[in-house]
Design a protein around this ligand. Sequence first.
Ligand code: ABC
Ligand code: CA
Length: 496
Amino acid sequence: AAKADQWKGKSIYQLFTDRFAPPSATAPARTSPLPETCDPIQQTWCGGTWLSIIDKLDYIQGMGFDAIWISPVSQNIDVYTPYNYAYHGYWVNDPLVLNPRFGSADDLKALSNSLHARGMYLMVDVVVNNVPSLNAYDAVNSTALKLDGSLWTDPSEFHPQCWIDYSNQTSVENCWLGDDKVALMDVNTENPTVVSTLNSWIGNLTSTYGIDGLRIDAAKHVPGPFWTKFCEASGVFCIGEVYGSDINFAASFQTQKYMDSVLGYPFYYGIVNGFGTPSGNMSNFVEIAQQTLATFPQPGLLGNFIENHDLPRWRNTTSDPQLAYNAMVAQFIFDGLPIVYYGQEQDFSHGAGDPYNRAALWPSNYANTTTYQHIRRLNDIRHAVIGNNTQFNGKNFLDSQTTIVASTKTDVAFRKGPLLAVLTNRGSPAVPQAFGVPTSGWSAQSAVIDLLSCKQYAVGSGGAISVSYAASGYGGMPYIFVSQADAAALKICGDV
Ligand code: ABC
Ligand code: CA
C-alpha cells in the first residue's frame, strides 16, 4: 500500500487489461473464442488478462515507468448489449467479485507481486457510482436487478431514473450516466448499507491484492464526502476522474479533502490548446498552467495526460511529431504525475474516440519507436533529478513549483527546480526561427546542456538563452536545459 507522499514523483502507464498484451503460453486466454483480429469497432474481448500483463512488464519498465494503472478488476455484465460487450471493464455489476474475464484471485496477486518485485506500483480503476442495466426505464425493480447480477438488489440502493443535466451539480451527482441503450443506474451513495459495504470492500481489496493506488471513476458524480471515507478506508493514494475544464471545481476535491488528487483535465485542455495545432494558442496554455498552480493545493499530485480511453489519440488530431514531443515534455516536466496511455509510445493515431482509441497494442510488436525512446528519456531525466536531489537556488525538482519564465504566442519556457523546459508549437517551420528566453536563471557566460539533444548552449548577457528552430532536421523540437555541472552529475548525456 502506498500513500500520496510515496506516489509523489512517480510516473504511470495506463493500460486496458483486455488490450495491452495477448494470451500466451504463460498467460492462457480466459475468453474463447477470441476474434481473429482485435478490431476495436467490434467492442468485444481480445483476450488480455492480468497474467498477460506480466509477460510485457519489461516493455513498460523499459520506458521507465514506476506504476501501471489497469482496467477495473470487478465483475461486469457478461451479455450482449447495443454497444456489444464489457471488454473495457467499466460495466461493473458486482464490485465484490473479481472479473473472471481478466483472471483469478491468484492471477491478480501474481501481477501485484511481479510489479512489487520490480519496485513498481499497481493502480486499479474503481467504479462505484454506477451499475449497468439493459432496461433503462424499468431498471430499478428488484427482479431486473437480480437478473442483471447486480450486487444491489433493493431499489432503495439506487437513485431514481433521470438523465444527467450537466448544468446542475445535483443532477450530475444523482442522475444517470449512459443512455437508454446501456443505462448506468446511479448507485445511492447515501444509503448506509451501500456506504458500509463499499467501504469495507475497498479496504479488503487493496490489502488482499497489494494495490497501491486507485483511479476513481466518475468522481464528480458522487458527493465528495462519500469519497473522503471511501479513500480513507482504502488506505491508499486516490486520484479521481473529474472530467471537465473547471479548475476551481476540480481543485475542490483537494481543498475539501475528498481525495488526494484528480486527473489533470484542465491542464490537458491547456496542452491541447497550446500544442494541439501548429502555432496554437500558447497564451491559453500559460493561463491554464498558472491557474492550475495557483488553485490546486498540491499540483504535484495531479495526473498529467495527453490522451486516454475517453479522448482522441493525440496523433489522431495532431500529426506533426514535433508537437507531440513538446506536449510530452509539458506532460512530464510540469508539476504532477505523468500518465501515458498505452499506444501513445507507438504513435497510435487511429482513435477519434471510444471505441477506436482502444486498439490492441500487440500489432505494434512493442517496437522500440522514437517516441518510446523519448518517453524513456523523459522518465530517465525525472529519475535522475529526483534520485540525485538536484537543486536550483536551494530547491529540488519535486519540492519546487513550476514557474513560467517566458512566453510568446507560440513558445513557452518554464522552470521546475533544476530544469528549464523551452517549448514551442511551431511544428515543422518552413524557415529557420528563434526564441529567446531573456532570464533563464543561470548567469551570463555559464554553460547549459539540453538533456534531449545533449548539446551545449552558452548563456548570454543577463542570463539569456536563445534557441533556434531549424526548418529541416531538428525542427520545432523541445529543449530541457540544466546547468553543465548538473548535467555532468546526472549522467543523462554521459560525460559533458
Ligand atoms: C458506451 C459505448 C460507446 C458509446 C457510448 C455512448 O456508450 O461503449 O461506444 O459511444 C464506460 C465505457 C464506455 C461506455 C460507457 C457508457 O461506459 O468505457 O465505452 O460507452 O456505457 C468514465 C470512464 C469511461 C466509462 C465511464 C462509465 C466513466 O473513463 O470510460 O465509460 O463508467 C462523462 C463522465 C465521465 C465518464 C465519461 C465517459 O462521461 O463524467 O466520468 N468517464 C462533458 C462532461 C463530462 C462527461 C463528458 C463526456 O462530457 O462534463 O462529465 O464525462 O460525456 C469539455 C468540457 C467538458 C465536457 C467535454 C466533452 O468538453 O469542459 O466538461 O465533458 O470542453
Ligand atoms: Ca451518483
